[in-house]
Structure formats: C-alpha cells, structure tokens
Design a protein around this ligand. Structure first.
Ligand code: PLP
Length: 357
C-alpha cells in the first residue's frame, strides 16, 4: 500500500554528493568554496540578537534584494530571494510548467532538474550536448518543437565549466517560445575580463530568469540562500503566489546580505580560486588527463587509455586516502574535481600520481 502520488512513486530522488565531515578530509566533491565566508558574516552572526527570532522575518528579504538589485543593475522588483538556488529551480518549474507539459534542459547538466520536473509531473526533454559540451545549432527549434514551457541551461556549464557567451544565450532566449532560466550558480568564477554580464538583460527580455547562488562564490552552502533575477512578469507570480510565506529565514537574510556586500573580499577569493583552478588544470594535463578549460570552480578530468586506472578506480583510491571527488555514472571516464586550497590541490595531485604509478 502506498500513499504517494503515482508520479512520485515512479520517480527517483536526487543523489547527493557525499557529505563526510572530518577535519582531515579533502572534500572536492560538491563544488563548495574552500575558503570561509567574508569576516562580515561572522560579525553579523555575533551581532545578531536571538530575540529577533521571536518574530517572523521580512517576508521578501527587502534589504538583501535591494543590495542584489544594486549589485546587478536592476530594480528590486526584478529580484527574489530564495532558500538556496534549488528553491529557485523548484519555484520556476512549479510556476511555469503545468503537470503534463514539457520542461527542457541539455544533458549532461545539473541532475536536480529532471528530479524537480518529476515532482511536478511534467515531461522532460533533454537535448544532448556534443563531445565538447556545446549545444546543437538548432537547440531552440528542438525545444520549441517539444513545446517546452521552461528550459534550464547552466552557464558556466556544469560539469564541464564551459562558458557560453552572452550573445548566444540571448539568441536562445529570443528564439524560445517558453521561459529560459539561466542557472548562473558558478558565475563568480568567470574571468571578469570577458565582460560577461547577462543581468541587465532581464529588464528588456520578458522570458529570461537568472539563478544566482550564495553557496559557491560567497562560501555559504550551509546557509541555503540564492536569488533569482528576472523580468517583473516572471518574478511577480513566484513572489506573490508560489513561494512559501517567509521562504528565507531572518538570520539567513542578515548573513547573506553581509556576504553579498563585501565585494572586495569576494573578488579576492574568486581570483585566488581561478588561479588555483588554472594551475591545477595544467598539472592534470601533464598527467595525461583531458580537461576542458573551465570557468567554474571545478574541473572535469577525463582519463585516457594510457592511464593505469579507470575513473571509478581513481575515485575509490582517492576515497581510501580521505580525498573526495565526484563521479557521474553517465560520464564513466571522468571525475569532477572541485578546486580546493593550494594544500588540498597538492594532496589530490600527489594521491593521483601515486594511484597512476
Ligand atoms: C548547476 C547548479 N545549479 C544550482 C545549484 C544550487 O545551489 P544552491 O541550492 O546551493 O544555491 C547547484 C548546486 O550544486 C548547481 O550545481
């Protein structure tokens, strides 16, 4: 006897990356930031009066949204705070895709998308990327042919780190009949010299949503805070109808705002991680891995036939050394490696060398 709805009984849940918690481990499996959040977060935490928890928080996280609007050059009514980027995805799917209608994405991509589509009982169309993780030229036509109501594209792409330029994304938004959600969970690790910035385009593009996460760039994965930028016509129904009342808690609002407004600290942190990422990639290349250029805080390393061990064996060997990286069954010859501190990256490289010897 099951009480689940049919579609819930049929679907698989999300597979989390392991979350071991030992001080000695090297955790490079879930794209967390290896550095602590801004000291202003600690100060805000210490200065937070627990008596404030007696009352409900600001219902729409006004202070955070004002700061996010300023940072991104949009209006406050173009911003909505969410309980992690994951809540933003759930809200977009439940607001814009009817049960039985079609949700679109590319594969490989963030494996939570089809899970959330399954909860909403909608169909999923997954357009395969090519061997270099690029879209097919007729992506919009394929998605329109499937009558897709909402498409999620992660940019920089996960798990490869490939960045699609703003003009190509905007062309897709213009060509699509439905809503385009650009998942920018890793946008902070894009080279600032590229000038890549989609945010202001939500003002004049009525089917464009942009997801931001405070988990990666701002070292707040444990807090659960993200936000959406979007045309007011898209933000309004989520803000006023589909989100939970008080969806982001009062303490989280204060801490997320403290992190978001310390731009010097964050930018310095991103520069360090990007430099470590590029150095780590060079080392992996010299060890015979193929590794696409990444604009995220992770690298996707592909083993070659010359290697003495498969990706799965390397995963296990690293785990025995208390080093965690991510393996995806649908990319069986690759490991996704989060960029860690210099010490963590060196430990990873040393372990890989010994496993491959
Ligand atoms: C591509 C992508 N989008 C969104 C998220 C959601 O991040 P969070 O809910 O921690 O803000 C993640 C988390 O790993 C991700 O990898």
């Amino acid at each position: 006897m099951t009480f689940e709805r049919d579609n819930i009984a049929r679907m698989q849940g999300y597979s989390y990356g392991e979350q071991p918690d030992r001080p000695t481990m090297v955790k490079l499996n879930t794209n967390e930031n290896p550095y602590p959040p801004s000291p202003r977060v600690g100060a805000a935490l210490q200065g937070f009066d627990p008596a404030r928890l007696r009352i409900y928080p600001n219902a729409v996280a006004s202070n955070f949204c004002t700061a996010a609007a300023q940072l991104n050059g949009v209006g406050t009514d173009n911003v909505m705070a969410t309980n992690g980027g994951d809540e933003a995805l759930r809200l977009a799917i439940t607001t814009f895709v009817d049960p039985g209608a079609t949700f679109g994405s590319v594969v490989p991509s963030y494996s939570l998308y089809p899970v959330l589509a399954g909860v909403q009982d909608c169909n999923t169309v997954e357009i395969p990327l090519d061997d270099n993780f690029s879209w097919p030229e007729n992506l919009a036509q394929q998605l329109n042919a499937a009558d897709t109501r909402l498409t999620c594209i992660v940019n920089p792409h996960a798990p490869s780190g490939l960045l699609t330029d703003a003009a190509t994304i905007m062309q897709l938004a213009n060509d699509l009949d439905g809503v385009l959600l650009v998942d920018e969970a890793y946008i902070n690790f894009v080279d600032p010299a590229s000038g890549h910035n989609l945010a202001p385009r939500v003002l004049d593009t009525d089917n464009l949503l942009i997801l931001r996460s405070m988990s990666k760039g701002y070292s707040l994965a444990g807090l659960r805070f993200g936000y959406l930028l979007g045309h007011t016509g898209l933000i309004k129904p989520m803000l006023e109808k589909t989100r939970d009342s008080y969806n982001v808690d009062g303490l989280a609002q204060v801490l997320a705002e403290a992190a978001l407004t310390d731009t010097d600290y964050s930018a310095n942190n991103w520069r360090t991680i990007c430099a470590s990422r590029d150095a780590l990639r060079e080392q992996l290349l010299t060890m015979g891995f193929s590794v696409p250029v990444s604009q995220g805080n992770y690298l996707l390393a592909q083993t070659s036939i010359k290697h003495a061990a498969s990706a799965k064996q390397l995963l296990e060997g690293l785990r025995e050394r208390d080093i965690f990286v991510r393996y995806f069954a649908d990319l069986p010859d690759r490991l996704r490696i989060t960029v860690g501190t210099e010490t963590e990256n060196a430990a990873l490289l040393a372990a890989l060398r010994s496993l491959l010897d």
